[in-house]
Design a protein around this ligand. Structure first.
Ligand SMILES: *Cc1c(COP(=O)(O)O)cnc(C)c1O
Length: 555
């Protein structure tokens, strides 16, 4: 048999009709079937073996070294490799240099292990290759999408049975949509809010048609703003740019000591904005599970403020939304049912493969504000899902989510979510009990931040004046940067790093370590190992025993 592994002599593969027929036509004989099954085995188990190895991001080979192997920019005229060899190369040569996000020691980001069955479901979606942009390329899958959207809508809003019977398969209304991720879900939410803030009126055809300056003229204003907290995800600022209101008009209000939007500052900001009568607040965004700290804004109070000010209330629950499946903790999201729209990510706490976002609306008709009817694609009154989404062609993620919900049940997901929340609480306690650490943000959900804070410096900090405190903070920032970097490069575990503005002095920053507990295999013994390793790195560095300290980042 001809082999074509890296470094071996190339076989003479040719692109001809014979070869094309082989890749397009279904396998007909037993031999072909066996080969294809063998490839699937290679994918499932070859990669699984890699993902089971206990490594985070190793720096065994730096990205710079690695990138030297990827500089050829020519596309071969003739085939270079057969499928089996391509798969072998990826499993053997590429995967080991990817990031093992499935490791229980990988607790730094919102990307983690996924249930094994997700790979099967993703494969089905590829094999069926439905395009949900329109009914003619998806049929039943569009209907399933409407159903699963109604299921999640029910989880959020819990309207009555008649409401769901009326809308679940209604071709003129929509309870929400699938998007690429949380970013495009947030963008879509603010797009709808913007259009709702500048609807058509005598002679003015609406902002979607006439644009921003015509809208400002028609409504006699000079500026449109969105209010968020300083913990808001970057996607909201980006949306400000894309929607033309300007990203500086996505205004970040400071938070209280629990990382939640400060309600009195929010009210103050609104009063300020309303003074000259030239500013329109198009939306206020509450966060249910902030990316950095997992904090949840006071949603009920925010909803009231929105109502009073006649503005849209959007909740970004990209991370925290699935907490609604836990009977024990769903109360943390109280008030979410008052939101006009809610973002939830599928690839986060629904444990779906990359990538899947969703957006839900309380008002089943509000998406009419962004409906587009292209004659050749979507006709009015059809159920074509592409009419009311930002994206055009897209995959049938609803099949994955719907199947996952059947396999897991809300109780299955609740177990995962409760595990994360409870491990985070125990971890916080462990951090507080260690003299060389400081817990910075206490977890509400399954995210927390902390920093290495050596006991000697704690004493000095306590006794110091403002200048000394500032100097100690700068030193702590340095320590925590080094600890995070050295730990990451050692490749046994991974926590991430972020920085908060200091309350007293916005020019000063506090560097913190950030952990996200979503892998069900992450337990206290692993988390203690991670703290032990960090403490050792600090002590070695402090004793001058660390080589490579502070060397430039390699990626
Ligand atoms: C992850 C996240 C987003 C962005 O979602 P993507 O899927 O990465 O585009 C937005 N908001 C919050 C709170 C998030 O955690």
């Amino acid at each position: 048999m001809r082999k074509n592994l890296l470094g071996q002599k190339k076989s003479h593969l040719v692109a001809d009709w014979n070869a094309l027929e082989r890749v397009f036509i279904r396998p007909e004989n037993e031999a072909t079937r066996i080969t294809l099954v063998k490839y699937m085995e290679q994918i499932l188990f070859g990669l699984h073996e890699f993902l089971n190895k206990n490594v985070g991001i190793t720096e065994e080979i730096s990205l710079k070294e690695l990138s030297k192997n990827f500089t050829d920019t020519r596309i071969g005229k003739h085939p270079e490799k057969k499928l089996a060899d391509v798969i072998t190369d990826i499993v053997k040569e590429i995967a080991p240099h990817a990031v093992n996000v499935a490791s229980p020691y990988f607790v730094g980001h919102m990307t983690s292990a996924i249930p094994f069955f997700m790979v099967h479901l993703k494969t089905i979606v590829s094999a069926l290759n439905q395009n949900v942009v329109k009914l003619e390329t998806s049929k039943v899958v569009s209907v399933i999408e409407k159903q699963v959207i109604a299921k999640i809508h029910r989880l959020i809003y819990n309207m009555n049975e008649l409401f769901y019977q009326t809308h679940v398969q209604n071709t003129t209304t929509s309870l929400g949509c699938f998007t690429e991720g949380g970013t495009s879900a947030n963008l879509t939410a603010l797009w709808v809010a913007r259009n709702a803030a500048f609807p058509p009126k005598n002679g003015f055809k609406g902002i979607e048609i006439e644009g921003l300056s015509a809208a400002f003229r028609a409504y006699n204003i000079e500026r449109a703003v969105v209010l968020v907290s300083v913990r808001a995800h970057k996607s909201l600022k980006k949306s400000g740019g894309i929607l033309g209101i300007g990203n500086q008009n996505v205004i970040a209000v400071d938070v209280d000591d629990r990382s939640r939007i400060d309600i009195s500052l929010l009210k103050q900001e609104i009063r300020q904005l309303k003074k000259d009568g030239k500013t329109k607040i198009i939306a206020i965004v509450g966060i249910a599970g902030s990316t950095e700290t997992g904090s949840i804004d006071p949603l009920r109070e925010m909803a009231e403020i929105c109502k009073k000010n006649d503005t849209c209330f959007h909740v970004d629950a990209a991370w925290g939304g699935p907490t609604l499946m836990s009977e024990k903790y769903r109360h943390l999201l109280n008030g979410i049912e008052l939101a006009d729209s809610v973002t939830i990510d599928g690839h986060k706490q629904f444990y779906m493969p990359m990538s899947c976002g969703m957006l839900y609306f309380k008002d089943p008709s509000i998406m009419d504000l962004m409906a587009y009817h292209a004659n050749y694609i979507n006709r009015r009154g059809s159920v074509d899902l592409g009419i009311k989404t930002f994206s055009g062609s897209r995959e049938a993620n609803s099949l994955i989510l719907d199947s996952a919900l059947k396999i897991m049940g809300t109780r299955g997901y609740a177990l995962l979510i409760e595990h994360g929340i409870e491990v985070a609480a125990d971890f916080a306690e462990e951090i507080e009990s260690r003299e060389n650490f400081e817990l910075v943000t206490k977890p509400v959900l399954n995210i927390l931040t902390y920093r290495v804070f050596p006991k000697q410096l704690k004493k000095e900090h306590e006794a110091g004046d403002d200048d000394q405190k500032k100097a100690i903070n700068a030193r702590l920032n340095e320590i925590n940067r080094i600890v995070q970097q050295v730990q990451r490069e050692a490749g046994n575990s991974f926590v991430s790093r972020t920085a908060f503005k200091m309350k007293k002095n916005p020019n000063e920053q506090m560097v913190v370590l950030r952990c996200v507990m979503m892998n069900p295999m992450t337990n206290m013994s692993i988390l203690k190992d991670i703290l032990d390793e960090q403490e050792k790195i600090y002590l070695d560095w402090d004793a001058g025993k660390l080589k490579n300290k502070g060397r430039s980042r390699t990626y």
